[in-house]
Design a protein around this ligand. Sequence first.
Ligand code: ADP
Ligand code: ZN
Length: 757
Amino acid sequence: MSLQENRPHKDLIVSVAVPVPLRQTFDFLVPKSLLDPPMSDSPGGEVNVAARTRVKVSFANRTLIGVIVEVKTESDFPLSRLKPIVELFRDPPLFDDALWNSLLWLSRYYLAPIGEVLESALPVSLRKGNELTPSSERVWRLSEHGRSSAVDELNRAPLQLAIVRRFMKQSTLSSKEFKQESGNWHSPVKSLVDKGWLEEFTQEPILLGSDICEKSSVTLTNEQSVATEALTDLMNAEEFSCSLLHGVTGSGKTEVYFDIIGKTLAKGKTVLVLVPEIGLTPQLLERIQRRFEQPMTVLHSGLNDTERHTAWWHASQGHAKIVLGTRSAVFTQIPKLGLIVVDEEHDGSFKQQDSVRYQARDLAVYRAKQANVPIVLGSATPSMETYANAKAGRYLHLRLTKRASDVALPKIELFDLNTQPVIDGLCPAMTEAVEHTLSTGKQVMLFLNRRGYAPVHYCGECKQAAKCHRCDSNLTVHQRANRLRCHHCGYEGRLLNDCRSCHTKDSMLEVGDGTQRVESALATRFPEARVQRIDRDNTQRKGALTAVLEKARNSEVDIILGTQLITKGHDFPNVGMVGILECDHGLYSTDYRATETLFQQVLQVSGRAGRRQDVGRVYIQSRFPEHPFFDYIKQHDFDGFADNLLAERKSVGFPPFGYFALLRAESTHQAKALQFLRRAKSDCGQQDGVIVMDAVPAPMERKAGRFRAQLLFMSSQRSSLNAMLSNWLHYIATDKEAKKAASSVRWNLDIDPLDHY
Ligand code: ADP
Ligand code: ZN
């Protein structure tokens, strides 16, 4: 293996990826003093420095923890100029070949600094330099050598001697027990390990897992059987394959995942399951735990550093057979990986929108290819990228067209807002439908993707809206708190009585409907009904979302009113009708992805209706009921919609037929961001097949007091686009003037951007 090099005689050099925004690695010298004593497990006591392990270095006057990318004996720099590393972490390599190659690819493809990529791939606790094994898990015992040696050999090391004596009374000691009894145990224990007196081992991990292994109680439908058979064949082929499991809401995709997960586990392999941020519910966890007897571990953003470290460690040690997690779980080292599943693959939360801007679904596909294992992408409303890949035959297209429970898909009807008024969010026909549904004992679910009370606070005299003084946006009224809030920068202030523009007294009106306003109107109109609002404002506390979803699921509420938080794969068995209160602005948005997202949201939320017994009803309020969009919606015709959209995108060379990159810049000076981008455009020059648009202000130009601008790159070839941008990045890293310009603004580069703001 080329990972480890044993060259005791020559100077050892390591190239290190340091967590800084620079697109290169840095060479350091490994001082001889650090190689002594040699790593205890190194054969023949030789020096052992391994790539893909952590190292402490001093960089620009800071001590940083980086990852060794390569061990070598020569450098492009004279040895005298190389700084020595500060500390070697004697970890085994942290990434296997497949994951390592995927991370290198990610850095190249997204043009992200390798140091930052590797930093995101490790739990915070390891980035801070903590031991690889989480401290709660570390246990030591005397080794064979320790047991057979005479203790007086340690007479000159009283702390070590005391520790060895303790082991004579108690055969194993954990870090927890050491901490309780003595302060200074860490370094003597380490010395004893290095000398071979003690050995560290791990106790059986305590993981989520269950011994109630529930056999599937369902008989697979025909469509499910066809899908599972196809996936079984792919799994038996023991090579890379990518399948789209395209099944309408309620078609039982989960049963299909479970079947193939079970078969993979039976072969002694591990499974990685990725889900969207809000798709990771206790419900899903419980379902998996009950189904598989195997230990599993869960990684999501709600974990603290220690929990995350422990979860990562269980995965990387192979203790966990199922690794379930959100976006960044795709970075987890997993031995014997046999299958990757990405549920709700179209979900926007798989795209990281800051620091390293990557698409976890795409990385998962690349990783599966590297690991030579099958990957299954599942959705009722696939992304255009995935759907196009399936249509083109690059992915196997598995379809579930019918609901598993024999209940037909809901009937979708439109209410024309040109012929009836909207009062507090609902038109009379919608109110009537709610009334009717409640009278049959069913739940009502209302979807309104706008939180707060009223989205506009404006003056009845001069018609000016209250604006955020730091953003180009209106302030939203939040009535509970009696505050005005900016949803873009978080600004909060008192409600106004008097207009700030024309100074008229008591002229301010609250206009438009947010979830809070509709909630209070519903309470007045349906006094008997229990109304539950679900939006970001009342679910931020840890566990709060889970609690309200659970209430809704258990029919402890009658009307569920929520934002897109309710559209995701949650199963509400008793929902009889879904009302969509607003969707028009998605039809005429400047964002080319808006209709795709709207279609996904409307079909997903509609899918919550009538999942058991009776056919559900869906009602949509719109001023544009004749819009062709609604013909597809009414027919549940995803293919028709997608084919049409893809044809449009193809004709203009938009993704997935062309490739976009967005260079964003922001500055407190209005002109600076634009100037930087204009300069970038000219520095990029010309490249065949790449079109560079003009630098323009962002759709919301001012946010949190900063002026934002953007430069869009379009290309029919990924490689040309990548080449142009990496040349430019190299240029601004090396040319003095360009470097200066680039450091005068905040900027970031987004490859395959999801939103254009
Ligand atoms: P999806 O994720 O495709 O929307 P789910 O996997 O949540 O759908 O399944 C929807 C419902 O159908 C669940 O309650 C599930 O238990 C049930 N179900 C799945 N497969 C079958 C089957 N073969 N027979 C009966 N019920 C099934
Ligand atoms: Zn603001």
